[in-house]
Design a protein around this ligand. Structure first.
Ligand SMILES: Cc1cc2nc3c(=O)[nH]c(=O)nc-3n(C[C@H](O)[C@H](O)[C@H](O)COP(=O)(O)OP(=O)(O)OC[C@H]3O[C@@H](n4cnc5c(N)ncnc54)[C@H](O)[C@@H]3O)c2cc1C
Length: 172
């Protein structure tokens, strides 16, 4: 195995990308592995909820996120027999953005990637699939092996490879 990377994150979904951004921002050398070529793939919804928007506020990126093209939705209404009824509203929520921002997940992930690339310790490797954790002699996770046959050593491996996580399964 080559030079020991500080942190490897498997999976460039929202969890892995935000973890990568935050670690890089804190000066940690981090490599995010994403098996797909780009973020433009299966539809993963387009509603960014008030609680998610609040997380972006907490990390200081809400303004830049909301500068991206999006639509806002804070009230659900029902038209019935010529009258319009309000059946739900988010306007009362105690957050700075009490609405749903409609934005495809790939735009959100591209945004996080652009933010993370501002930090020299961030590395995003697309088309890179991890297949298993690499264990050291003591049985500790010491890296990941890739579909290419390469092994990436790491001090910390974060499995953010989604609900069918190969790494979680392999790690028991
Ligand atoms: C149809 C659908 C619609 C949805 N709509 C919404 C919505 O409107 N609003 C909302 O907030 N949430 C929505 N969700 C939920 C949201 O998509 C998930 O909560 C979120 O994507 C989970 O993020 P994650 O990073 O944990 O996992 P994922 O988004 O699953 O990311 C995991 C990433 O890891 C990569 N990966 C997997 N295995 C490997 C491997 N071995 N090596 C390298 N990379 C790997 C995958 O390609 C993927 O990019 C929706 C989900 C679905 C399925």
């Amino acid at each position: 195995m080559g030079e020991r990377l500080s942190t490897v994150i498997v999976g460039g979904g929202p969890a892995g990308m935000v973890a990568g951004l935050l670690l890089a921002r804190a000066g940690v050398r981090v490599t995010v592995l994403e098996k797909h070529r780009d973020f433009l793939r299966d539809f993963r919804g387009d509603t960014v909820h008030p609680s998610t928007l609040d997380l972006f506020r907490q990390i200081g990126l809400l303004g830049e996120l909301l500068a991206l093209p999006h639509a806002r939705f804070d009230t659900a209404t029902l038209d019935l027999l010529g009258r319009r009824y309000t059946i739900a509203t988010l306007r009362h929520l105690p957050v700075v953005a009490p609405y749903i921002a409609m934005m495809p997940q790939w735009d959100l992930l591209d945004f996080i990637a652009r933010q993370a690339r501002r930090y020299p310790t961030f590395d995003l490797r697309m088309t890179t699939e991890a297949v298993a954790p690499v264990l050291d002699a003591a049985g500790r996770v010491a890296g990941v092996s890739l579909a290419s046959g390469e092994a990436l050593p790491a001090r910390l491996v974060i499995a953010a490879d989604g609900r069918r996580s190969v790494l979680r399964e392999a790690a028991g």
